[in-house]
Ligand binder design. Structure first.
Ligand code: MLT
Length: 319
């Protein structure tokens, strides 16, 4: 068994360590049990499998011995899976294992996009030291930071996989009207979808009708920059967009302009890059969607079990 546990599965481990890993994960210890200077090459010759989280595999020289690669997460855009498939290397992910964590962040983003909570928190913090004047200032803050409710508004969920479906269901519970679009999954086939979620026939319907749009699709050639100058034009005025999927789904220059003009009320993204920072009504979060101990454990265990099942029994799940 090699590799840092719990907080990061960036590293690799030999297959014989998987059962030990599963046992270890039942009693996890916070921290990197192998130290900070761990490296794949130094720690493990001829691995049969590699499990990783965010490690970038595109420029990584995959050892010939590797039979399978497991992504402890949903997206597989950090893995050249088509090239691996040609070599016969099996790649799998862990759909659903971190869905609750991402859903909770998306709900947080939805609420943040309706209310001016982030600005209000920052403003309130700056009242420190104002003593008796605080109460009066707070009264004026109440007027400056008025926001809107999400109940009764329409949410468009693009992508009805595990995360999109959970977000849609929770939004129904919060009183929103929800339409979902997915070219590959029918409403009846989506993960335990609430029957109040309606199907959008086209993406254009989502853009034209929704007050809030949340993206839950993988990054691919067809989804890259799906939110761009043209699609933003077809959105409702004052729409808010939430992106806890992949930063590249949104054309940053286009969203900055749309937020600046007021076309977009708020853009909340879990993928901050330099040009998005310091902009009014753009809320940036440092890719925290799946960063909970619960999600990390779920992903690690699912990935380890899948790898063990493949190596021991030849079963291939989620590839
Ligand atoms: C995912 O694809 O599920 C997330 O990027 C997971 C993560 O943050 O590692």
């Amino acid at each position: 068994l090699v590799g840092g546990m719990r907080a990061s599965i960036y590293n690799a481990m030999p297959v014989e360590g998987i059962k030990k890993l599963i046992e270890f994960m039942k009693n996890p210890v916070v921290g990197d049990i192998f130290g900070k200077n761990y490296s794949l090459e130094k720690s493990c010759d001829n691995p049969d499998g590699i499990i990783l989280r965010s490690f970038e595999m595109h420029n990584y020289n995959l050892p010939e011995s590797v039979l399978c690669v497991g992504r402890a997460g949903a997206g597989v855009n950090n893995i050249p899976f088509e090239a691996y498939a040609e070599k016969g290397v099996v790649v799998f992910n862990t759909p659903g294992a971190n869905a609750n964590a991402v859903k909770e962040l998306v709900l947080c983003a939805l609420l943040l996009s309706g209310r001016k909570i982030t600005d209000a928190i920052n403003w309130t913090q700056r009242l420190q030291g104002k003593g008796d004047a605080v109460a009066k200032l707070v009264e004026s803050g109440k007027k400056d930071f008025v926001g809107g409710e999400i109940a009764g508004k329409k949410l468009g969920v693009v992508g009805l996989g595990a995360i999109g479906a959970q977000v849609a269901n929770s939004a129904i519970e919060l009183g929103m009207s929800v339409i979902g679009y997915d070219p590959y999954i029918s409403i009846s086939g989506a993960w335990n979808l609430d029957h109040h979620v309606k199907k959008a026939e086209t993406l254009e319907q989502i853009y034209a009708e929704c007050d809030f749009i949340t993206l839950h699709v993988p990054l691919s050639d067809s989804t890259k920059n799906m939110i761009n100058v043209d699609t933003l034009k077809s959105c409702k005025n004052g729409v808010s967009i939430i992106n806890c999927s992949r930063g590249e789904l949104v054309d940053n220059a286009a969203i900055i302009a749309a937020v600046g003009s007021g076309k977009v009320n708020r853009y909340v993204t879990d993928f901050p890059v330099e040009e998005l920072l310091g902009k009014e009504n753009i809320i940036t979060i440092p890719h925290l969607g799946a960063s909970t101990p619960e999600a990390e454990d779920n992903c690690a265990q699912m990935a380890a079990r899948q790898m063990a099942d493949f190596i021991e029994n030849g079963n291939i799940i989620n590839s």
